[in-house]
Design a protein around this ligand. Sequence first.
Ligand SMILES: NC(=O)c1ccc[n+]([C@@H]2O[C@H](COP(=O)([O-])OP(=O)(O)OC[C@H]3O[C@@H](n4cnc5c(N)ncnc54)[C@H](OP(=O)(O)O)[C@@H]3O)[C@@H](O)[C@H]2O)c1
Length: 344
Amino acid sequence: MTRIALLGATGSIGRQAIEVIDANPELELVAATSGTTPIEGLAPLTQTGGDPTELLERAQADVVLNAVVGFAGLVPTMWALEHGVTLALANKESLVAAGELALAARRRGGGALVPVDSEHSALFQCAQLGEPESVVLTASGGPFRGRTRDELQHVTPEEALAHPTWSMGPKITVDSATLANKGLEIIEAHFLFGLAYDRIEVVVHPTSIVHGLVRFRDGATIAHLGYPDMRVPISYALTYPARAATPVPPLVLQTLEFAEPDVETFRLLALAREAGERGGTFPCAYNAANEVAVQAFLDGRLGFLDIAGVVEDVLARVDGAPARDLAELVAADQRARELVPIPA
Ligand SMILES: NC(=O)c1ccc[n+]([C@@H]2O[C@H](COP(=O)([O-])OP(=O)(O)OC[C@H]3O[C@@H](n4cnc5c(N)ncnc54)[C@H](OP(=O)(O)O)[C@@H]3O)[C@@H](O)[C@H]2O)c1
């Protein structure tokens, strides 16, 4: 039996994780958390809001699945890495923000870090075959693929929330529409696979069938294909290094299209790469400013194109000094949020 602690149990990933756990007699949900939604009875140990550290200590889980959205996922990520408990990581924001601190905690803890993000799960699986020379992340391009800046001037949250291939929580869906999600994923791949930024490529692939490709030094490129269904990477992360059956059908082959991303229109992709290359707490500031701006867009207080403007503005105003510990990281996140030029 594998004992699972699920953080963010009420979200899109959380609900699909429960489906995967319920369908597999070798997985047992021992603890669950949510932000505000009541979840009593969902697992032997539950908690809504607050610091999950004590719950994690009591749960004695083999795997912590972090499916919280945003920087709020930092505590369970650091706890699992520090304690050497396998971390199944959906919450990319914590790895992007904590970066080196997370890697240092993982070295001390010695546990496995298995990505749940579909692209990184794909790369992780391909990387079992050898040391990646470079990787390719695929992006669906979101609902606004092919649109010009003029055409994006007045798009609404409802339009941004209509993703063509994935059904996900609101924050990541908006991030997919701005390509900030792919930006966060570039930084996530840098920390997961130890690759320089010029070895992490992004291609637009509208049908989300190819999830990722790894290139090896002998000229071989291995790709991971499948229907876009998060139950596959969730199941892989919960059963790693084994594989379990899922209800997802085997792929019927089809024509695959790839194109260059439009980094002029979708500036958050280039800004993420830049923040990653600058290092220190620039990725943390990128993530913080983006979180605040996305919420403001969803609340109708900010235009779609202004999300990138806000992030660029904040990145120009922070010092990006590396955080020596978690307290400094939390302070850097807070400082970036305070610099966002939008009324609350
Ligand atoms: N959805 C996907 O298909 C997908 C794919 C790849 C990666 N991811 C990543 O997975 C993470 C979760 O995404 P999602 O789409 O599942 O989000 P979501 O549907 O918005 O769910 C977020 C979950 O986090 C909880 N939560 C929110 N704020 C919290 C806080 N301050 N403290 C503790 N818990 C909090 C929510 O609880 P309440 O319900 O109580 O608010 C909910 O359970 C994100 O990092 C996202 O980037 C998602």
